[in-house]
Write a protein that binds this ligand. Sequence first.
Ligand SMILES: O=C(O)C(=O)C[C@H](O)[C@H](O)COP(=O)(O)O
Length: 238
Amino acid sequence: MRMLHHMGTMWGMTSPLPSSSAASVLDLAPVVPVVVVSDAADAVPLARALVAGGLPAIEVTLRTPAALDAIRAIAAEVPRALVGAGTVITPEQVAAGTAAGAGFLVSPGWTEALLVAMRGAGVPFLPGVSTTSEVVALLERGVREMKFFPAQAAGGTAFLKSLAAPLPQARFCPTGGIGPTTAPEYLALPNVGCVGGSWMVPADAVAAGDWTRIEELARGAAALGGRAGVRDAEGTCR
Ligand SMILES: O=C(O)C(=O)C[C@H](O)[C@H](O)COP(=O)(O)O
């Protein structure tokens, strides 16, 4: 499985497109918080709370005008965090996100143009899929690690279990509608490297600046990966 995993990170081996040799998004952490930042001033205390709770890989969605400033601030001021850009749906957002300091890129879907831009960015990336044909299309393009979105609505753990037999080389970060109860069920699957979710960053806690509550929720989320036992002694996802 280790070998399969390492092969899985060699994006572009069979593709004529430029490839990234960077490490995998799926190996950053078992749980990746997906955050929406409305006020860039919240970014640093929010990131510090998530890191303190044990969640160092943070996806800041490019859904708000403050998002790029938030990424810049976290990249500059929270060295223990690895901040990424989420909701990346255009090549322009790939460029803007990486220029702001994003260390990884996540998209809810994918297009050929987006894939070219993500491959050229030089950081780990996860294009999003929700159908078997999209998984096959990305495998055909040498991409073996994907976001499965919207995970719960598109078939949940049953869908991923069904894919494991015919397409074992594909590995996923399911995201969308996942919470602390369902996350361990995903993390126990052999083709899941990590899960994404927003449950540890409730909008009301961010609005209130309740960083203590977010740190506690992050600590609970970080413990889920350990309970599911999906990491080996070196911290690598199986
Ligand atoms: O922003 C994106 O690019 C998305 O794909 C959507 C997010 O992954 C979900 O918003 C996750 O949030 P929850 O479903 O609340 O856990």
